[in-house]
Structure formats: structure tokens, C-alpha cells
Ligand binder design. Structure first.
Ligand SMILES: [Zn+2]
Length: 559
């Protein structure tokens, strides 16, 4: 799989415009089935329990791109029995911040799992510059192939810090059941790390849920996964997406078709995309399918059934893909979230019926508004093209150092120099520090080798950039955009994240269930405390360099 230099999701480029006149086949659908009727009958309907006992299962739910402002936008639209709404109103609720600048998915999941910043765990971005391919995903080690797609590789080998799940495995001598699951590879693998019982993700070539040879060295899917794929084929789920409640969305958001949206109006049909199996990840069906797979994993691995606590990390990616294409203030985002919330609410009730379980729901980063919308409302914003950034850097380098080939490439947020450029690192960096901020939408440039100095700065923005940079950074110059500006994901519009600005960095943390009590805080807390919180709930020591205290709301239980 190739990738553009900004880490553009492929399907976005492949997803063709849905014909406005297309008629949605509302019938003939084969929905994935998280709860069977028998399961449902057993599920209690009361709000999340707050029993003061140790959880036998701890569940981390990461809603991709679900920033604090996104929660605020959508909270009034969620039904009263919504598990997200119930947690907000009755559980522990905090606003938390990522204490670094590179607010992308891979660093977000790695940080939540390890309790340390990218400077320590080494996952700086989703993708880094690669001399051979131009760009390479950080979970792509070129070694551990995906089952059913031998050209794609996924593993956590680039992660340099222990995850809470790694510690759980160690402390229980492998007795704890540990599962990471997501539509995205990085969001399944990074939250669990080295030794889960399963790290499962979707692959559009395999056309189902799969794993890599890192987790399945014999190259064979476990039985429950084979059974799930057999019982839940993706093809019947490829169907036109129609909004469930257009009148409600219109009342809240105005018209469906808005400037800046990549594919303006409903319906959206993945079958019209170049690769429908890739486009599937941007549909509400895909999240229902994912949650069904998560429940299949819980049952097959018998999670939460014995005295040793188990850990499930569920990465819901659909919110991110839909958010990139239509923005968070869109009919599509609301419709997708409403369906995810419903599936999640049923899933949570089923888990609660199995025994004592604690939930922590948060996000890996937030997102910017669509620039067209931000500008119309008096704000700022725009899209940075990676080619422009590279060309401007090359031009400034030629001017300062003489004509040559100085810039190898740009993979957000880092410019990488050629070998000749690296030889003149100091001169080149000095020239670019000065020149790059004159490119529209670029705020500042920082020497990527100066992570330690930046972390000690008395300027917040510099500390955030420094916390993103290990001492051996995978690039040479760190670019920070102006507020509202981001790396473009497409020529057709859409939005992105990845900046140190609050809309990207602030996320909610919602906790409920066993061993959780109602607590809220006025101030913004460090999101790295999620790792410490998970460890406290699992009754194991937190990762060595993680914050010392769990988030308020974790009950102190008698030994
Ligand atoms: Zn993400």
C-alpha cells in the first residue's frame, strides 16, 4: 500500500461522489449482530453500576477524533439512554489534554497506552519519511505481514515504551486476557503492545477482520476470528448510507451540503468508490461491524469471567474517517455518531451483564473545523499542501546554501533533508526557521534535533513540540501551522488534525462502571493519566514513567 506524504487515508481519494438521485436500498441489509436476542434479554437496562468491587474486565474505548469541542457539539443530540450521555451526566467526566503537539492517531493511542509522550515512546506521527517509499506508516515494520494482505505490514515494534497491557501480561504471567481491536491497524496494535491474546483490525484486501504475523506467527487466524469473518461478510454491508433523522440534523446543522465537505450531500454509497472495501471504513455499518467483532472477541476469549482482570482496547475509527471528509459539524458526523452510540450502548449493557466491568472512554486527538465554515464565522483556517511546503523549503534552501537538492520530503509534521542537507543541518535549519513562517498558514519551524531544549523552554508551544520529538527524530524540521490550518488530506476539501492548538489537543475522558465514582474537575487534566487510571483499575503498577496519579473518579478499594 502506498501513501501520500501527508498520510492521506486512501479511501478518501477513492470514494467517488454519490449520485444525488441514488435510491437507498433500506431493506435487504445484513446488519452485523452484536447482541443476539437471547443476549439482549439478559442485559440490564439500568444506568451504569457503581459497585465498589474490583473490575474483572477493564475496557478502554477510544473514539477517534472525538475532541472536547466535538463532544460538546453532539451531546445535546444523544438520546437520554446513550451510554456516552449517561457517563457524562452520572460517571466521572474530565477534560484532558495531550501534552504534545503532534496530535495524530498513532501517537495518541501510543500515549494513552504507555502514559508517556512521543519523545519517550517514539511514535511521533502516523507515518514518517522513508527514502525508498517516500512515506511509511510507523506500524509498518516491513516484516510482519497482514494475514490476507501480504503487501501490508503491521506491528508494534516501533513502540519503545511498555503499555499497561504489557505490564498486565507480565504481572499475571500471561493469565490476563488482552485484546486490541479497531478498523485501523495502528489503533488495534499500539493500545495493547507486545503480548495481547489478539490484536485485530480490518483490511480491505483481506475483506474482513485480521491480524499480522507479529501476533499470529503461524500465519493462521484464530478460530473465533475465522468464524466471525464467515458469519459477517462485508459485501452485504456495502450499501447506500442514508441519514436516519434528516429533519433533526437540518434543525441542528442547517443544510446537508456545506462548502468544504468532500462529498457534499447524502446518500453516500461505498459501492461507487474505486475500492468499495476500502470505502467501507467510512460508513456507519463499519463501526457496527467492528463492535460486533469486539463482542465476539470478548465471548471467545472469555473476558471478565475469572479472578484475573482482563483488558479490552476498542478503537472506533469511523468517527475519524467521517470527520475528515465532512467535518464534525455535519449531518454525516451526527448520523454516524448516533449509530455508533447506539451500538456502543448495547455493547456496554451486554458487558455489564457478564460481571464487574469498568469503562474509560476518550479520544486520540480532536480536529479542526472545516476552514470554509471557520472563516464564514469570523475565524481562520486553510489547507497546507505538502508539495507547496516541500517546494518552498527547497527554494529557501537554494537561496541560502546555493542551488542543490536539499529537501528529501515532507511527511506531516516533519520536513526531512537529503544527505547533503543533513550535512549542512545547522545552516539549513537556520534558513528554514526564518523562511517557512512566511508560507501562508505556517506559524513556526523548529529544529527536530532540539527536542530536549524545546522541552525545557518557558514557551508552551515549544514544550509541546519538544514533547513530540525523541532524541533521534525521524525528520529534521518540525512545522507548526497557524490556528485553523492543517495538512490537506485531499484537493476536494475535508479537514484534519495534528497541531498543538486546543481543538486538536483537548479531549474528554468519560469513566463509568465498577470501581468508578462520579467526579468532575474544573481544570484541564493530563490525558497521560489515562494509562495510570487503567493500571489502577487493573490493580497493577502503572508504566514506569507514566504520571503517578490516576484520574479522579477511580475508587480506592479495600484489599
Ligand atoms: Zn485518530
Amino acid at each position: 500500500m502506498t501513501e501520500t506524504t501527508t498520510g492521506t487515508p486512501h479511501w478518501v481519494l477513492a470514494f467517488t461522489l454519490a449520485a444525488a438521485a441514488a435510491v437507498a436500498p433500506a431493506c435487504a441489509t445484513t446488519q452485523p449482530q452484536p447482541p443476539t436476542t437471547a443476549d439482549e434479554a439478559k442485559a440490564p437496562t439500568e444506568p451504569p453500576s457503581q459497585a465498589s468491587m474490583a473490575p474483572k474486565l477493564v475496557v478502554l474505548i477510544v473514539l477517534d477524533q472525538f475532541g472536547s469541542w466535538v463532544l460538546n457539539e453532539h451531546l445535546p443530540l444523544l438520546p437520554s439512554d446513550s451510554v456516552i450521555r449517561r457517563a457524562y451526566e452520572d460517571g466521572a467526566f474530565h477534560t484532558a489534554e495531550f501534552p504534545y503537539a503532534s496530535t495524530q492517531t498513532a501517537p495518541g493511542h501510543a500515549s494513552l497506552a504507555t502514559g508517556v509522550a512521543p519523545a519517550v515512546h517514539g511514535i511521533v506521527a502516523n507515518s514518517i519519511y522513508d527514502t525508498q517509499t517516500g512515506s511509511r506508516r510507523t506500524v509498518d515494520d516491513r516484516k510482519h505481514a497482514v494475514l490476507g494482505n501480504p503487501k501490508r505490514f503491521v506491528s508494534p515494534t516501533q513502540l519503545r515504551a511498555q503499555t499497561v497491557a504489557d505490564i498486565l501480561s507480565e504481572q499475571t504471567a500471561g493469565a490476563a486476557r488482552i485484546v486490541g481491536i479497531s478498523m485501523k491497524g495502528r489503533s488495534a496494535v499500539l493500545p495493547v503492545g507486545q503480548k495481547p491474546n489478539a490484536a485485530v483490525f480490518y483490511d480491505s484486501v483481506a475483506r474482513g477482520m485480521t491480524t499480522s504475523t507479529f501476533y499470529a506467527p503461524k500465519g493462521r487466524l484464530t478460530e473465533w476470528l475465522r468464524d466471525f469473518n464467515k458469519a459477517n461478510p462485508v459485501e452485504p454491508l456495502l450499501q447506500a448510507w442514508e441519514p436516519e433523522d434528516p429533519a433533526r440534523w437540518e434543525q441542528h446543522f442547517g443544510q446537508d451540503d456545506r462548502a468544504g465537505e468532500m462529498y457534499p450531500a447524502f446518500p453516500h454509497d461505498p459501492r461507487e468508490a474505486d475500492d468499495p472495501w476500502y470505502a467501507f471504513s467510512g460508513t456507519p455499518e463499519s463501526s457496527e461491524y467492528l463492535i460486533a467483532a469486539a463482542y465476539a472477541a470478548v465471548k471467545a476469549e472469555r473476558m471478565g469471567m475469572d479472578e484475573v482482570p482482563d483488558f479490552l482496547a476498542l478503537g472506533i475509527s469511523g468517527t475519524d474517517i467521517v470527520g475528515h471528509v465532512w467535518g464534525a459539524r455535519s449531518w454525516e458526523y451526527a448520523d454516524n455518531l448516533s449509530r455508533i452510540d447506539r451500538a456502543l450502548t448495547r455493547f456496554v449493557r451486554l458487558l455489564e451483564a457478564r460481571g464487574p466491568v469498568a469503562f474509560v472512554l476518550t479520544a486520540d486527538h480532536g480536529v479542526a473545523d472545516l476552514p470554509e465554515r471557520a472563516i464564514a464565522e469570523g475565524g481562520t483556517g486553510g489547507r497546507l499542501q505538502s508539495k507547496t511546503l516541500r517546494d518552498e523549503a527547497e527554494r529557501a534552501a537554494d537561496e541560502a546554501l546555493g542551488a542543490g537538492d536539499w529537501i528529501a520530503g515532507y511527511v506531516s509534521p516533519l520536513l526531512t533533508y537529503t544527505a547533503a542537507g543533513k550535512e549542512r543541518h545547522e545552516d539549513l535549519t537556520r534558513a528554514l526557521d526564518k523562511a517557512m513562517p512566511s508560507v501562508q498558514g505556517v506559524r513556526a519551524a523548529y529544529d527536530a534535533r532540539e527536542g530536549a531544549t524545546l522541552r525545557a523552554s518557558n514557551r508552551r508551544i515549544e514544550r509541546l513540540v519538544g514533547a513530540s520529538l525523541p532524541d533521534d527524530p525521524p525528520g529534521d524540521l518540525y512545522l507548526v501551522s497557524e490556528p485553523g490550518w492543517f495538512d490537506a488530506i485531499s484537493e476536494n476539501g475535508g479537514t484534519n488534525h495534528g497541531t498543538p492548538w486546543d481543538y486538536d489537543r483537548l479531549v474528554p475522558v468519560l469513566m463509568w462502571g465498577t470501581a468508578i465514582e462520579r467526579r468532575t474537575s474544573e481544570e484541564t487534566l493530563n490525558v497521560l493519566r489515562v494509562a495510570t487510571t487503567l493500571a489502577a483499575l487493573l490493580d497493577i503498577p502503572p508504566p514506569a514513567d507514566a504520571p503517578k496519579s490516576p484520574l479522579p473518579g477511580v475508587m480506592r478499594l479495600p484489599d
